[in-house]
Design a protein around this ligand. Structure first.
Ligand code: NAD
Length: 794
């Protein structure tokens, strides 16, 4: 049987259903989104009123915070809403139906029963249940329906969380499992984990256990919420939101459902009693203190005077008190170590309060995971992946165990009176004492065959940390390195604080072009950090401005311009690979790449006006050049206006696709959905350019020229800025910055007949930049960004 998905439907337009519909639309698949007819519209003939719930789900997905569930406004237009009465027959036209109704077995069963007679004979049906076994949902369905059915367990928010758990039912076609694995990986950019049909599958079973033992230790041993979050955060390779901020984000009500389901459905689990919320948490659910969506949970933000304050819940009194940041010597000792394994090792072997709790929680979680894995997964790789991709852990439980040393860890556990599960005993006796071995290739201990089996690949990945470890560093300074990516490709990696551009980064960019020409076939600029680059190092600019070092600021700006021009006109192909925040100077580096391979979650923008200046690393020039080629027949002004409108309000694209609409990335640049594949894809792009170059099918770009409107055009843009000021939408200094921007974009004092070079525009950018640095209000903006991280509207 061969499967394909050209059209889809989602039933249930709640937080998950709407999120899934949005993500399918992001993948260019038209989706029908259905929900029930609201009771007050049961008799109505007004179609819009009857489909109101689905419509509201769609609107919430569009406006979701911190970012829309959609990559672009255009993808949102691929979703059509309807209701489960009037539009039910239309389900017969789709290739995939995803059920995402409320978590009630009878409602899900009834949905599938109604779907059976209308679905297309080869349509795939999936459920997004958090934990109801497939076998129970499929009771009463035909064999054919069951062959086409599986569970697709997405995590919230669907757009951002990489994990997708796939769970077969009793009769699921194995070919369908394979197809969905491939579809989810390649089309939806998900990290697929295969689970057995057990309560709450892998991620939530282990994740819930981990959170519940944390609560128990916290209460028994008197830790505060802040102390736990300090311990279970980045220092242990967990996300910044640690335990309790993550719980507030996910919602304690949702968690309570998962916990209740686990308790009810795990009668034989030796640790069943842990699957109960402590009284204080039950009371929180009762009071509706369920987290961010209710405005309060374990933490609460309140307004005081001009600012905001965070309060923390005291579980003993259920009262909020001001947050008290936690500090531990053991954490301070390890937190700056970039090696996550060394941090974890250091912390669990410390004997202060943080070390003690870190060890207790690690020991409990590792033991429960090892005891449960054979029941919930085919292998331990899927468990490690579930925890990394669903919970943003840097390393999975079995990887952690290897890093701590299975033997040493087991000895300590036994000495403390804990019992080792059979899987650990087996590994201790297998001759290596490891869950994973690296030679001759990365393999895991397979508890089914009692032998090492190669880890199934997740697609091409390339980690710069691994290149550092295997001594592939060609050159390095304090802020950047050149790394050998193999096959003649040289990588420029930034590793400064927030990857802010300084002289060291610029030096390494220049070095890459010169060194690249001599000894390499291509250059990739990318890194493993969450944010590609937040822009120029403002501290240095501000210091220069405060001391009136205008020539120095001019020289520093020119250095970035020259480096970017060298990238653009490099003889060896240059591919830039941004991900995460790519702002100001970071965006300018991307815009000078001969090729771009962007992670879909790239937030790129020329945001310099927030710092009271204009883009001066070639950003104005490149945006003009792009719009000029897009609208050549309309004369110079539309390109100028587009560029002005984009830069003057510090537009930041909300995805790589959105970035294409603004011109930050070209339509023929490439996008990778799975961040882990980004650098491997960028390297492949670079090699493809090399091949094209060798065949004479690719050449470095030709220098561009510009015709710009001059002072006449500038006047028009200045009037726009004045108009915004009159409406209260722009401050006096916004108008000053805008008029400098207008000056650059319209070509300064040129005549519309002049032909300007790239260097002419670069000179204008620099002139405006230095002039703006002289304003006190610009310096205030820079200082505010440096101290608060937020732009100041002065
Ligand atoms: P939700 O309450 O936000 O939305 C459920 C939607 O289903 C509502 O809009 C409701 O009107 C609709 N609905 C109820 N009965 C229906 C019916 N008979 N036909 C059509 N629509 C119907 O819930 P949610 O959080 O979106 O959860 C949906 C499913 O996804 C549940 O099975 C849940 O366990 C699962 N899930 C939730 C999360 C999460 O974090 N919220 C994560 C993974 C899986």
């Amino acid at each position: 049987m061969s499967y394909s998905i050209k059209r889809a439907a989602v039933i249930g337009a709640g937080i998950m259903g709407a999120g899934i519909a949005a993500h399918l639309a992001n993948a260019d698949i038209p989706v029908l989104l259905l929900d029930i007819v609201p009771p007050d519209a049961a008799e109505s003939t007004d179609r819009a009123a009857r489909s109101r719930i689905a419509q509201s789900g769609l609107e919430k997905a569009l406006k979701a915070k911190p970012a829309s569930a959609f990559y672009t406004a255009k993808s949102a237009r691929l979703v059509t809403v309807g209701n489960t009465v009037d539009d039910w027959e239309t389900l017969g036209e789709v290739d995939l139906v995803v059920e995402a109704v409320i978590e009630q077995l009878d409602v899900k069963r009834d949905t599938f029963a109604r779907l059976e007679p209308v679905r297309k004979s080869d349509a795939i049906v999936t459920s997004n249940t958090s934990g109801i076994p497939a076998a129970q949902m499929m009771a009463g369905r035909s064999d054919d329906f069951q062959r086409h059915f599986l569970i697709t367990h997405f995590f919230n928010p669907v757009r951002f969380l990489k994990l997708l758990e796939l769970v077969p039912g009793p009769q699921t076609d194995p070919e369908l499992m394979r197809f969905m694995g491939q579809f989810a990986t390649e089309k939806l950019g998900k990290g697929v984990v295969y689970c057995k049909d057990t309560p709450n599958f892998i991620g939530n079973r282990i994740g819930a256990y981990g959170f519940l033992v944390t609560l128990r230790h916290m209460l028994d041993e008197g830790y505060t919420i802040e102390e736990v979050d300090a311990i279970l955060g980045p220092v242990m390779g967990r996300p910044r939101s640690a335990a309790f901020r993550t719980a507030d984000l996910a919602g304690l009500d949702t968690f309570a459902h998962v916990v209740a389901n686990l308790y009810a459905n795990l009668p034989n689990d030796p640790q069943r009693e842990i699957f109960k919320l402590p009284d204080f948490a039950l009371e929180m659910v009762k009071r509706g203190w369920i987290g961010d969506k209710a405005g309060q949970g374990f933490y609460k933000r309140i307004r005081i005077d001009e600012g905001k304050q965070t309060l923390t819940l005291d579980p003993a009194t259920l009262e909020y008190r001001p947050e008290q940041p936690a500090k531990f010597a053991s954490i301070d000792a390890v937190k700056r170590n970039p090696d996550v394994y060394e941090r974890i090792r250091g912390l669990v072997n410390s004997d202060d309060r943080a070390g003690k709790l870190a060890w207790e929680l690690t020991a409990d979680t590792l033991l429960y995971t090892a005891a449960t894995t054979p029941e919930i997964a085919d292998d331990l790789v899927n468990v490690d992946r579930a925890m990394r991709w669903g919970f943003n852990w840097e390393v999975g439980p079995f990887e952690t165990w290897d890093a701590l040393g299975v033997e040493a860890t087991a000895k300590r556990m036994v000495a403390e009176g804990r019992t080792l599960p059979p899987l650990v005993e087996e590994v201790l006796g297998n001759g290596t004492g490891r869950f994973y071995v690296e030679e001759p290739q990365r393999s895991y201990w397979d508890f089914n065959t009692h032998a090492y089996t190669p880890v199934p690949p997740t697609g091409p990945t390339l980690s710069l940390a691994a290149l550092h470890k295997s001594e592939k560093v060609v050159k390095s300074n304090g802020s950047a390195s050149l790394l050998d990516m193999g096959e003649g490709v040289l990588c420029v990696e930034f590793h400064a604080k927030m990857n802010a551009i300084d002289a060291d980064i610029i030096a390494m960019l220049n070095e890459a072009v010169t060194e690249g020409k001599k000894n390499w076939r291509a250059v990739v600029i990318g890194n493993d950090a969450p944010d590609f680059c937040v822009g120029a190092n403002l501290f240095l600019v501000l210091m220069g401005a405060k001391s009136g070092a205008w020539d120095e600021i001019d020289r520093g700006t020119r250095a970035l311009q020259d480096a970017n021009m060298a990238l653009k006109y490099s003889d060896v192909p240059v591919v830039v690979a941004p991900a995460g925040r790519t702002l100001g100077g970071g965006a300018e580096i991307v815009m000078h790449g001969q090729g771009v391979r962007a992670a879909v979650e790239t937030y790129i923008g020329l945001v310099e006006v927030g710092a009271g200046v204009v883009p001066a690393g070639g950003g104005c020039k490149e945006l003009l050049a792009r719009w000029q080629t897009l609208t050549p027949e309309q004369g110079p002004f539309p390109a100028v206006r587009h560029s002005f409108e984009t830069i003057a309000v510090a537009t930041v694209a909300t995805s790589a696709y959105d970035a294409m609409n603004y011109g930050f990335i070209r339509k023929n640049d490439a996008i990778t959905w799975d961040r882990e594949r980004l650098l491997a894809d960028a390297k492949a792009d670079a090699l493809a350019l090399v091949e094209a170059k060798d065949k004479g099918a690719w050449r470095k770009p030709e220098p561009q020229t510009f015709r710009l409107p001059g002072p006449g055009g500038r006047l028009v843009l200045e009037q726009v800025a004045e108009g915004l000021k009159l409406q209260g939408k722009a401050s006096e200094h916004d108008v000053v910055v805008s008029s400098h921007l207008a000056y650059v974009l319209t070509g300064g004092n040129c005549s519309p007949l002049d032909v300007l070079s790239e260097q002419d525009i670069l000179d204008l950018e620099r002139e405006a930049f230095v002039e703006l640095c002289k304003f006190e209000k610009t310096q205030e903006r820079m200082a505010a960004l440096l101290t608060t991280g937020k732009p100041l509207r002065n």
